[in-house]
Design a binder for this molecule. Structure first.
Ligand SMILES: Nc1ncnc2c1ncn2[C@@H]1O[C@H](COP(=O)(O)OP(=O)(O)OP(=O)(O)O)[C@@H](O)[C@H]1O
Ligand SMILES: [Mg+2]
Length: 327
């Protein structure tokens, strides 16, 4: 079974091209693990969430119990980046109001409003929440399964910790430099203004502390994501040539950022014995599937059939979990 191939991994990312069955497979894996008695946190990082529809439940930004069996269970979360950005900006706005003189507040708050829609702010917010969920998963659950957005989006998200870590480091270095310069200037120019500086210095210290904490968080999440003993990526594809090529690209991208691929799921395979059209299709899929398995030599592969059932609700997802257990 796929879960056996994934061994002792504590964090799984399930990803692939749009519409190939990422959410279905992520939910199936979560359910299969819960049926084995594990406590599973299932997290959707896709802004276009569909976990709720899949489980026929309302899932939101806060953990929601989806399934329980003895000691095992599945708890679902759909990360809401807008809410995270809003929460962030509210906190920053509050700090600014406290620290800035009255006359500067209005302009600064207007700047902050612009940040709400700034490029990258949603992705940074999702990453921050992924980092939190990774930590929550490691502390309170046996396994965290992330249902991700289609390929490009997810690769960008997973390469962010390195970028943001560097960004925080360079900001810190620049601040250190300008602070040393400031201190030297104050020594040269006058002793006056020392009082004003104390408030400014306190604000600076706080800012530096915040930056350092973020830097540590990004470094930590990067360490966890690139530790193949902890984190594995489950690549989902269908056996068609374009999705297969995109899958190979995804695996290359993951390699480049140091994330281990734990398994390949070739989903929605057409049965061979179902009339000429489908038999022909099935034969084509066989060729694409073989090419994929060859391209990803060494990665355990599981094939899932095209199911006749509607794969929704607990009953539907049990079908997927059972096929994963058998595969
Ligand atoms: N093996 C299968 N047999 C039959 N139907 C399937 C199978 N796997 C997935 N589906 C169906 O295909 C559709 C897409 O699946 P799913 O939502 O899991 O894909 P996704 O990759 O998460 O999509 P998105 O990129 O939009 O998030 C759903 O209706 C799902 O029920
Ligand atoms: Mg999905």
């Amino acid at each position: 079974m796929l879960l056996d191939d994934l061994g002792t991994s504590r964090i799984l990312f399930v990803g692939g091209k749009g519409g190939v069955g990422k959410s279905t497979v992520a939910s199936g894996i979560a359910l299969a693990a819960a049926q084995r008695g594990r406590r599973v946190l299932l997290v959707s990082t896709d802004p276009a969430h569909n976990l709720g529809q899949l489980w026929e439940r309302t899932i939101g930004d806060a953990p929601t119990q989806l399934f329980t069996a003895g000691a095992g269970g599945v708890t679902g979360v759909e990360i809401d980046p807008q809410r995270t950005v809003d929460r962030h900006l509210a906190a920053v706005g509050e700090t600014m109001s406290r620290l800035l003189p009255e006359r500067m507040r209005k302009q600064s708050l207007a700047h902050l409003e612009l940040a709400r829609e700034a490029p990258g702010s949603h992705e940074a917010a999702v990453l921050e929440r992924v980092a939190e969920a990774v930590q929550l998963g490691l502390e309170d659950y046996d396994l965290a399964v992330f249902d991700t957005a289609p390929t490009g989006h997810t690769l960008r998200l997973l390469s962010l910790p390195a970028q943001l870590g560097e960004w925080a480091t360079s900001l810190l270095e620049n601040r250190d430099r300008s602070e040393r310069f400031g201190a030297a200037m104050r020594g040269l120019v006058s002793a006056r203004g020392a009082e004003g500086d104390t408030a400014k210095e306190a604000a600076d210290r706080r800012l530096r502390q915040t930056l350092r904490l973020r830097q540590q968080r990004f470094t930590r999440v990067r360490e966890v994501l690139t530790d193949s003993g902890v984190t594995r990526f489950v690549v989902v594809s269908i056996a068609e040539s374009i999705p297969a090529m995109e899958t190979v690209e995804l695996v290359r991208g993951l390699d480049a950022i140091g994330i281990a691929v734990g398994a390949l799921v070739i989903n929605r395979r057409t049965p061979a014995e179902s009339g000429t059209v489908l038999a022909e299709r099935s034969e084509r899929e066989r060729v694409s599937a073989r090419a994929l398995v060859t391209a990803l030599a060494g990665v355990p592969a599981v094939q899932l059939p095209l199911f006749p059932e509607e794969l929704m609700g607990e009953a539907g997802l049990r079908v997927v979990a059972a096929a994963l257990e058998a595969g």
